[in-house]
Design a protein around this ligand. Structure first.
Ligand SMILES: Cc1cc2nc3c(=O)[nH]c(=O)nc-3n(C[C@H](O)[C@H](O)[C@H](O)COP(=O)(O)OP(=O)(O)OC[C@H]3O[C@@H](n4cnc5c(N)ncnc54)[C@H](O)[C@@H]3O)c2cc1C
Length: 337
């Protein structure tokens, strides 16, 4: 296997996972840091947490954090609230990255000014040939709130309305954040029967950001791959954006290592990476379709649902172009079928 010099653009969980896995495999990694606002509260499902623990060989990571043990869902025009068991922890993105950074040994800039053999785009700007496809128009914002009842700190809440939905993510000992999709937190809280009575809005808030599913095409080329939110962005309704980003990073690192060992098949390996990501994106759109079919009856839901259908048709035609899978992931390795 040739030792590659890999440049990774970005400084989120996808960039960190890729950097860690490639460094561990003996490749040279240079991380191009990005300066952007950090996400204030990320709920890590047990699945996301176990993926991160596996990648970084940190079985105890966040074991001592308070847990979210219940999810209350009031979804759809009837607005009935249903309580379900849940298992997750909530961290700020800053805490997540700070906890993983000490394990990374990275070059700060290329010592010899050599162009990299391979680039992972885990952040924008993307290569000029990559175009974004966006399936929906919904925007979101996050605002800090105070819980009126401390007993609510181990429950997350999701509630839908005619013009959007709210997701309340409590974080014991730190701020609780309310994610508002489709409209402002103030406007959605006006008609909220489940979340509204439980919270008081504080002033600290994010700007608006896109909350509709997006994917770029192509997802890679002869010497680059896109990974994480830069490659595919998920509707926060899935609650698992971080797990998606980690899975993409595992596959990206495995694909780069496989391509380094088998240069003659590098193109097929990048095609496999693109096919796998597109299939994952399609599953996400199918999941979103279930949520957006049942969330409400107004024009906002109809319009976002139509965009999801367009996305599904786009994925189907992309899947036809990709053909059959020729590789599979075995642990952290990509092996030919
Ligand atoms: C408000 C909010 C709440 C979220 N809650 C959850 C959650 O509860 N559980 C979960 O699994 N995932 C959640 N996510 C998604 C999660 O943050 C991403 O899936 C994950 O961090 C992707 O990692 P990455 O390395 O691809 O990130 P990057 O591409 O480096 O970006 C990390 C996050 O920051 C956002 N971002 C990037 N640039 C900017 C910018 N300039 N301004 C504002 N935001 C930017 C991205 O959309 C992404 O969500 C949330 C995202 C946001 C924005």
């Amino acid at each position: 296997m040739d030792r590659l010099n890999v440049r990774i653009r970005g400084e989120g969980i996808a960039a960190y996972c890729c950097a860690w896995l490639l460094t561990r495999a003996g490749h040279g990694v240079e991380l191009d840091r990005t300066d952007r606002p950090r996400v204030p509260a990320i709920m890590l499902s047990d699945l996301a947490l176990s993926l991160i623990r596996d990648v970084f060989s940190r079985p105890d990571l966040f074991a001592d954090l308070p847990r979210i043990t219940q999810r209350v869902v009031a979804w759809g025009p009837a607005g009935e609230a249903t309580a379900l068991p849940h298992s997750a922890v909530v961290v700020s993105e800053e805490l997540l990255l700070d906890s993983l950074r000490p394990g990374l040994t990275l070059a700060e800039g290329s010592a010899d000014n050599q162009p990299p053999d391979f680039t992972v785009f885990a952040s924008r700007p993307l290569p000029a040939e990559a175009h974004e496809h966006r399936f929906g128009t919904r925007l979101a914002s996050a605002v800090e709130v105070r819980l009126r009842n401390d007993a609510d700190v181990s429950t997350c809440w999701i509630e839908s309305f005619d013009g959007g939905w709210l997701f309340l993510i409590p974080r014991a000992g730190a701020g609780t954040w309310l994610l508002a999709v489709g409209s402002t937190p103030e406007r959605l809280l006006e008609s909220s029967r489940v979340i509204g009575p439980r919270v008081e809005l504080l002033t600290h808030r994010s700007g608006e950001f896109a909350a509709c599913p997006r994917i770029i095409s192509p997802l890679g080329g002869t010497d680059w791959l896109a990974c994480g939110t830069a490659a595919m962005a998920f509707d926060p309704v899935c609650g698992d954006g971080t797990a998606h980003a980690v899975r993409e990073a595992i596959l990206a690192a495995a694909a780069i290592r496989a391509a380094a060992a088998d240069r003659a098949n590098a193109e097929a390996i990048v095609a496999h990476y693109s096919a796998r990501l597109t299939a994952g994106f399609m599953r996400h759109l199918q999941l979103c379709r279930e949520f957006y079919r049942s969330g409400g009856t107004g024009p906002w839901w109809t319009q976002e649902l139509e965009a999801l259908e367009t996305g599904l048709a786009w994925c189907e035609s992309a899947a036809l172009r990709h053909g059959k899978f020729r590789y599979r992931l075995d642990g952290f390795d990509l092996v030919a079928l």
